[in-house]
Design a protein around this ligand. Structure first.
Ligand code: NDP
Length: 435
């Protein structure tokens, strides 16, 4: 804590991993020396830089850009870029730390990284977004590369922003390489990448439900967020027979008792991805739904909950409400959406609980598949990518079961994911000597 003052999110993420990994290290001599965990919590490199851009009215703005290069033991740094006014060093270090374990779990050769800026994309024109992305990439381009560090999207960074950043990188370097993932299909993007995090989250939840002889069919599903992850989690849960009744954004949530089916979801995608609007706009077309301002959807009775918005969006009280209402499965689509107290509630209640680093790894896994396709200069079909995604999620589930099964048969997916992720990175670090 002394070395990382004012970094509560980073401390929270490290503590959660340490609590499960330290007992494992104590039982396994091989991991006891060489300051392994101490090295893992120290980023290999942190880059912070000024981003200056001019808005449509001619005013100059200054933002702060970041790239955290956390760990490259098993592959080039890999992790998303977040544009949100809340972005700071603590949040990006927590995300980069989590990413290292997540990427290890995917079985693909990717190290951990994360980046972003405290830029607020809300209300900005397309031209302003492009100007910002170009200014941001002008500095970032000095620190990344296809074999060094391969960023992707995250909150506030979707296909449009990745496209503008890729264009700027290419202009600066005179080089067409797979330096970013989440690219458009016409310039090296992978099919299923936009869907991958949400789909993967639901595939993971499905594997968890199967261990109890259950499935999505007939289940009521509560989803938070209405961005990339939430949209495709809702789509897949619906395809598998679930009834999704909520979506949200930072201003409130919508509750549609009849279920947000494919047609309604298409309208949500139009609101969010084409018009960059608010989830409350849903009621313009579907007035029978309810909009609850200033609240989160966890008070709605459900069987399965998929938190897909942001960190610390589900607290202890809300976790208790979910459990009391009969929720049997929580699979995190976002990164660290449940507070540590909420996680304790789920684990004590012995319901199925998947931490984001396991259940949302489908996004980065498919980014890894995009890197493979770029290196091969080939594009796989949707079916091929989806099949690989499913296989990877099954493998991650199996790793969690392997390392997380308790004596009474209960699977602690938090412990399982942390230890499985740790082992591969730790082995690689030990083999590469003290660096
Ligand atoms: P988007 O920007 O597409 O959507 C984010 C959603 O979360 C929006 O509905 C947004 O609402 C809401 N949100 C953002 N900040 C807050 C906040 N402070 N309080 C309440 N709601 C908020 O992002 P993604 O869907 O890509 O990312 C969502 C989560 O999933 C993040 O935790 C991200 O790290 C994680 N993730 C994403 C991956 C991906 O492939 N995209 C991969 C793995 C994890 P509003 O519009 O009001 O801000």
């Amino acid at each position: 804590a002394k070395r990382n003052p004012n970094e509560p999110e980073f401390m929270q993420a490290v503590k959660e991993v340490a609590e499960t990994v330290i007992p494992f290290i104590e039982e396994n001599k091989k991991y006891q020396n060489k300051m392994l965990l101490e090295r893992m919590v120290e980023a290999e490199r942190v880059i912070m830089f000024r981003v200056v851009w001019v808005d449509d009215a001619g005013n100059t703005h200054v933002n702060r850009g970041y790239r955290i290069q956390m760990n490259s033991a098993i592959g080039p740094y890999k992790g998303g870029i977040r544009f949100h006014p809340s972005v700071n060093l603590s949040i990006l270090k927590f995300l980069a730390f989590e990413q290292t374990f997540k990427n290890s779990l995917t079985t693909l050769p990717m190290g951990g990284g994360k980046g972003g800026a405290d830029f607020d994309p809300k209300g900005k024109s397309d031209n302003e977004i492009m100007k910002f992305c170009q200014a941001f990439m002008t500095e970032l381009s000095k620190h990344i590369g296809g074999n060094t560090d391969v960023p992707a999207g995250d909150i506030g960074v979707g296909g449009r922003e990745v496209g503008y950043m890729f264009g700027q990188y290419k202009r600066l370097r005179n080089e067409f390489t797979g330096v970013l993932t989440g690219k458009g299909i016409s310039f090296g993007g992978s099919l299923i990448r936009p869907e991958a995090t949400g789909y993967g989250d639901v595939y993971f939840a499905q594997s968890m439900l199967e261990t109890k002889g259950e499935s999505f069919a007939g289940k009521t599903v509560v989803v938070s967020g209405s961005g990339n992850v939430a949209q495709y989690a809702a789509e897949k849960a619906t395809q598998l027979g679930g009834k999704v009744v909520t979506l949200s954004d930072s201003a409130g949530y919508i509750y549609d008792e009849a279920g947000i089916d494919a047609e309604k979801l298409a309208y949500v995608m139009e609101i969010k991805n084409v018009n960059y609007g608010r989830i409350s706009d849903y009621l313009n077309k579907y007035p029978n739904a309810k909009y609850v301002a200033g609240k989160r959807p966890w008070e709605v009775k459900c069987d399965v909950a998929l938190p897909c918005a942001t960190q610390n969006e589900l607290n202890e009280e809300e976790a208790k409400t979910l459990v009391a209402n009969g929720c049997i499965c929580v699979a995190e689509g976002a990164n660290m959406p449940s507070t540590p107290e909420a996680v304790t509630v789920f684990l004590n209640a012995k319901i199925l609980f998947a931490p984001g680093k396991a259940s949302n790894a489908g996004g980065v896994a498919t980014s890894g598949l995009e890197m493979s396709q770029n290196s091969l200069r080939l594009s796989w079909t949707s079916e091929e990518v989806d099949e690989r995604l499913k296989r990877i999620m099954l493998d991650i589930h199996a790793s969690c079961v392997k390392y997380g099964t308790e004596k009474d048969g209960f699977v602690d997916y938090v412990k399982g994911a942390n230890i499985a992720g740790f082992v591969k990175v730790a082995d690689a670090m030990l083999a590469q000597g003290i660096v």
